[in-house]
Design a protein around this ligand. Structure first.
Ligand SMILES: *[C@@H]1O[C@H](CO)[C@@H](O)[C@H](O)[C@H]1NC(C)=O
Ligand SMILES: *[C@@H]1O[C@H](CO)[C@@H](O)[C@H](O)[C@H]1NC(C)=O
Ligand SMILES: *[C@@H]1O[C@H](CO)[C@@H](O)[C@H](O)[C@H]1NC(C)=O
Ligand SMILES: *[C@@H]1O[C@H](CO)[C@@H](O)[C@H](O)[C@H]1NC(C)=O
Ligand SMILES: *[C@@H]1O[C@H](CO)[C@@H](O)[C@H](O)[C@H]1NC(C)=O
Length: 253
């Protein structure tokens, strides 16, 4: 597993990762998401209120993120930057009250890199927020999907306050192993999937953000080798194999 040292998680944590990623644009062929059109995607901030990852709110009480984003700490805040706010206002936020990490999460292989966050929010209106974002089926996702994040956008090495999206295509695990190599590609039965968008990709700061297919949440951004290199897929937690676990914790049907 020594090849894993080349893997770049989508968490912002050391300077060399910043330098590594700065050479590639975060989302080539991507676009800014107009405010108010995908309010579920939050920026995950640590105790210094620095953005470190993304997260997605799935009910008034729960959000999902990548396990490696919240590993080893407990004081996190979500900021709902896709809200449309006036210039005098600040974004609505949520405090993370509890972190429930998947029991089979493995830091070394990134298997089951998913945590459920129990939250307390100050959103004034949650009528738009319901459980329809979770998929109703588990397996066999193919075709075009969309990734969302507030991660590095360009060479400025600044995380984006504006939500950015890009199109990607789901790869089979065999294709992924072929492209990433067996030591970097996810293990079989590790609950992970790969997606590639030519030059579109997730990058540092995008971990924990959603992969949406046909309006349903099918993945959570986990890791990759680099950002936006053609033919180098990104790796995502697959929601399908974790649906029963998520539902058991959240009571979302
Ligand atoms: C929050 O994240 C930033 C960026 O990675 C880091 O410099 C800072 O030390 C972190 N703060 C805490 C309290 O973990
Ligand atoms: C968590 O971090 C926030 C922001 O830095 C701080 O105000 C708060 O006191 C911290 N809470 C705990 C329990 O440490
Ligand atoms: C939500 O709480 C944050 C502080 O955590 C504050 O800055 C913001 O103004 C609050 N938003 C609303 C809508 O109350
Ligand atoms: C929530 O449910 C309503 C129907 O009850 C639907 O129109 C709306 O699109 C749903 N919102 C989301 C964010 O899925
Ligand atoms: C659901 O959660 C309970 C604990 O809250 C646990 O005992 C049970 O095994 C879980 N079931 C599944 C299917 O994960």
């Amino acid at each position: 597993m020594s090849s894993k040292i080349f893997v770049i998680s989508r968490l912002i944590f050391t300077y060399f990762l910043v330098a590594e990623c700065a050479r590639v644009k975060r989302v080539v062929g991507g676009y800014d998401v107009p405010c108010g059109t995908f309010k579920n995607v939050a920026s995950l901030r640590n105790a210094s209120l620095q953005q470190i990852c993304g997260a997605i709110i799935i009910s008034p009480d729960f959000a999902l993120t990548a396990a490696h984003c919240v590993h080893g700490n407990s004081n996190f805040t979500l900021s709902f930057n896709n809200y449309c706010i006036g210039s005098e206002d600040t974004y609505p936020t949520a405090q993370v009250l509890d972190i429930i990490t998947h029991p089979q999460y493995d830091k070394a292989s990134s298997a089951h890199d998913i945590s459920v966050l129990r939250i307390s929010h100050n959103l004034s209106d949650v009528s738009w927020l319901n459980d329809t974002i979770l998929p109703s089926f588990s397996f066999g996702i193919t075709g075009e999907c969309t990734i969302y994040g507030y991660g590095y956008k360009d060479v400025s090495e600044q995380v984006s306050e504006i939500l950015v999206a890009a199109k990607v295509f789901i790869l089979s695990l065999d294709q992924c192993i072929q492209l990433l190599g067996q030591y970097v590609a996810p293990l079989r039965d590790s609950g992970m999937i790969c997606a590639s968008g030519g030059n579109s990709d997730t990058c540092q700061g995008d971990s924990g953000g959603p992969l949406m297919c046909d309006g349903r949440l099918q993945g959570i951004s986990s890791y990759g080798l680099a950002c936006g290199l053609a033919g180098v897929p990104g790796v995502y937690v697959s929601i399908g194999p974790h649906l029963n676990w998520i539902r058991n914790i959240t009571n979302i049907l």
